[in-house]
Design a protein around this ligand. Structure first.
Ligand code: CMP
Length: 141
């Protein structure tokens, strides 16, 4: 089934000049970009995006981190791309992420309160629909 997923290159990835490398891996896998935008998030946008994490100990540091610089937001398209991108990204904890994955190859633990793990990918069709509406209201639907 052709799906769409929301992918973010987080501020650590943009700062480190890894946006192109992430896009390269997505396209090399055979997925296509349906939308792409470099933008700095707002507290309102992040409150909607991370609603499920509100109240967790890492929530405030996470929001501060996500506000610390621009994010490359994209809508990625392809057969089973939700699961496929999460496989490309690797485990949430960059130290444990398998080599060969985006996080396993390019991210590490910096001893901070938040996992600076370079990328985000929607975790289900419901999340993808919700998150694409939040970041790209003009193309959602
Ligand atoms: P993401 O999957 O984009 O969404 C939630 C984010 O919170 C996650 O990436 C990490 O950046 C961060 N995160 C998740 N779990 C933890 C944790 N236990 N400690 C610190 N940060 C976390």
């Amino acid at each position: 089934m052709t799906q769409r997923t929301l992918v973010l290159v987080k501020p650590d990835g943009v700062r480190r000049g890894l946006t192109g490398e992430v896009i390269r891996r997505i396209e090399a896998k055979g997925y296509t970009l349906a939308a792409l935008e470099l933008r700095t998030a707002t507290r309102e946008l992040l409150a909607a995006h991370y609603a499920e994490h509100e109240g967790k100990p890492f929530y405030e540091p996470l929001v501060e981190f996500m506000l610390s610089g621009p994010v490359a937001a994209m809508v990625v398209e392809g057969e089973r791309c939700i699961e496929g991108f999460r496989a490309l990204a690797g485990a949430t904890d960059p130290t444990a992420a398998a080599p060969g994955t985006i996080r396993g190859d390019l991210a590490r633990d910096w001893g901070l309160k938040v996992q600076q793990n370079l990328v985000h990918g929607s975790d289900s069709p419901e999340s993808a629909e919700r998150e694409i509406k939040i970041w790209f209201s003009e193309i959602a639907g």
